[in-house]
Design a protein around this ligand. Structure first.
Ligand SMILES: CC(C)(COP(=O)(O)OP(=O)(O)OC[C@H]1O[C@@H](n2cnc3c(N)ncnc32)[C@H](O)[C@@H]1OP(=O)(O)O)[C@@H](O)C(=O)NCCC(=O)NCCS
Length: 185
């Protein structure tokens, strides 16, 4: 079970959360999004879904995705520096994948720096695989992006792994996990 002793909760990101999100973002990302990006995402992007993970009434992590057809594309995930390595990233990412199921997605994709071992380790723990590279994607240092994809999220092996992870997470707001029996094959 993740973070025994801490009261955690996942909630949809609201405009009022943006300053706290920005504070984490500025601290943990080499190239933070422009200051108005979250306002734009929350107000003007109907395919965007952003959530926050609260710990004892403080914003500890956030993440989001775009739902585009059968694909859910994770646009960002960040955990407050002082809380990294304690399982919160796993909770936040599980919430994003769970949301992908709820949105009717078939696949989840994302970009990650090849040097970002904690993030790659996190995604691999969910069964994501490197499927491609975008040359010079990161503008700060010209680093390539690795493009990682889930398998079909309804495939039995992927879903069983996911349900196993979610079974160890008791956090309000995570949402109903996918039906283990659906779709039947
Ligand atoms: C990447 C990030 C979200 C991970 O969150 P976290 O809370 O630190 O990660 P967790 O403690 O939940 O760890 C979850 C899994 O990730 C992997 N992981 C975490 N830290 C790792 C490390 N230093 N090296 C390798 N794998 C690591 C492990 O598989 C771990 O599972 P385990 O503890 O059961 O082995 C967080 O470090 C972060 O915010 N980094 C800065 C922003 C960023 O890079 N975001 C991703 C952009 S693509």
């Amino acid at each position: 079970m993740v973070m025994i002793g801490q009261r955690l909760a996942i909630k949809a990101m609201e405009f009022a959360d943006i300053p706290a999100v920005r504070a984490i973002e500025l601290d943990v990302f080499p190239t933070p999004w422009p200051s108005n990006a979250y306002h734009r995402e929350l107000s003007g992007n109907r395919s965007a879904h952003y959530s926050c993970l609260w710990s004892e009434s403080e914003l500890a992590a956030y993440g989001g995705l775009w739902s585009v057809g059968e694909e859910a594309h994770v646009t960002t995930i960040g955990v407050r520096r002082s809380d990294q390595g304690k399982g919160l990233g796993k909770v936040m990412f599980a919430a994003l994948v769970n949301r992908s199921y709820a949105l009717g997605a078939n696949f989840v994709s994302l970009e990650v720096r090849p040097t970002n071992e904690p993030a790659i380790g996190l995604y691999e723990a969910f069964g994501f695989k490197v499927m491609g590279r975008r040359r010079g994607y990161y503008t700060d240092n010209g680093e390539d992006a690795m493009v990682m994809w889930s398998d079909l999220i309804h495939a039995p092996a992927f879903k069983e792994r996911f349900l196993g992870i979610v079974a160890g997470i008791d956090v309000p707001g995570l949402g109903q996990p996918p039906d283990p029996e659906w779709p039947k094959d």
